[in-house]
Design a protein around this ligand. Sequence first.
Ligand SMILES: Cc1cc2nc3c(=O)[nH]c(=O)nc-3n(C[C@H](O)[C@H](O)[C@H](O)COP(=O)(O)OP(=O)(O)OC[C@H]3O[C@@H](n4cnc5c(N)ncnc54)[C@H](O)[C@@H]3O)c2cc1C
Length: 512
Amino acid sequence: MATISKEARQYPDLTSGYNQRWSGTPESVVLVESVEQVAPVVQEAVRDGKRMTVNGAGHCFEDFVYNSDVDVVINMKHLDAVYYDPAMNAVAVEAGSNLLNVYEKLYERWGVTLPGGLCYSVGVGGHVSGGGWGALARRHGLIVDHLYAVEVVVVGEGGEVRRVVATREEDDPNRDLWWAHTGGGGGNFGVITRYWFRSPGATGREPGEILPRPPRHVLLSAAALSWDEITEAGFTRLVNNYADWHVRNSRPGSRAAGLFGLAVLNHRSNGQIGLITQVEADLPGADDLLAEYLDAITDGVGAPLQPMTASMGEYNAMPGCYEAQRLPWLQATRFLGTNNVDLNNPTLRADYKSGYMRGNFPDKHVATMYQSLTSTDIDNSTATMHLQGFGAQVNAVPESATAFAHRSSYFKLYWQVLWDDPADDDEHLTWLRRFYADLYRDTGGVPVPNELTDGCYVNYPDVDLNSAEHNQSQVPWYRLYYKENYERLQQVKKRFDPRDVFRHAQSVRLPD
Ligand SMILES: Cc1cc2nc3c(=O)[nH]c(=O)nc-3n(C[C@H](O)[C@H](O)[C@H](O)COP(=O)(O)OP(=O)(O)OC[C@H]3O[C@@H](n4cnc5c(N)ncnc54)[C@H](O)[C@@H]3O)c2cc1C
């Protein structure tokens, strides 16, 4: 264990998140290296009345870890072992692991994986507890759908600290704490030290038999459309085609569940709109599935596909994938997740928003998208809205079975804008806020749960949802994230964090 104080050389490297808008001036950063070290650190902070936050891998979209109030940051990054635990018959993943570390360890040793996020450096600490979605979700569900147990260091009413292991076993008295970590989000109940994974229904006693197997090979395709060749009518067609394909092709277990598609709708200043697609190459007729999908998406758009030569958010240009590449699964995963240097840009500033979709876009949604993406208010090639493939196996799980409640959408929306200079904050925040407010103007500026939209993703947190100015829907932020699961999360909060030690702008509140 190492305690890094303000004087230490490495302090500046350990006091800001991936998004440089979020930094703190804590008295200390404590780097823990074993599960046993966590409870004493928490106990000391509680005893001394210090405000404490937990850093998994620092990818939080808001300031929940690094902010001006924090006194002690517990940094989990060096607690990153991945191993089979025979006592649990599950694979243990320590809470400081990042996704690529997990994928490599699970796959190279045992030929299995977890269906988590795309970006290599995302930490499991925040990611798993918030749901965890990625390229294999349509086939295998969310990462939390494979969560068997979690270990959390919690603080009792009297300030006493203890380690609790909670499993999904029906007779586990701590089962609710497990449930709260299947979509409740990080920074809410205690310090997560370990997760254990075993797929529901798995009967084997070998790590290779208890977790999902990814395809041996995938087809990775990256194609683009030039903004110079897209009219408003063509754009409308493209967006409606994408939505329509997902509405029609998202049955759990279907052949189409083996296809994961992103439509990267960049601001016009990027020059291109991207279509990034991954298909299980082992599927019979995989090439046809990919070709049929690209034909369906581009049908009537009136602009030819071309190589993706522009960088798009966290994806770099991929001209080599214009002809789909047949790649071993792990190589493709590593390539997609690491190929953009922007992920390590030390001046990166960013803002994000999200929404779930249960059907195709009404015309006025698409008109707003076109208007915002061609607006001359900004000139930023990273300003983008992604349509992200979802549904299929994700929707095979009932909404109350896990804390993750968005189980009827076919695709989801992710807005992202990146910039460098703090002087440009207003310009970018204004553009993104206006885009979102215009799109959802009929529902108070946010994607309320209804027959078309279905709230927001807690792993893409957005504190604007708390604000009466930006959320005029009468649907509070917690309902957008958790829908009808919120009250149960509050009960877990009351039982396991009754002093509200673990809190941030959007943490689960104690019940009244
Ligand atoms: C570039 C990028 C790509 C992304 N791609 C995806 C994706 O493909 N799919 C997807 O679903 N999401 C994605 N995300 C979102 C990601 O899942 C969340 O940002 C997630 O919360 C990150 O977890 P972290 O541990 O890295 O972040 P942190 O900033 O360290 O933590 C996030 C929250 O979790 C809490 N937390 C972290 N560790 C612990 C712990 N051990 N105990 C208790 N609380 C903890 C923190 O206190 C904070 O409140 C992406 C984010 C980025 C920046």
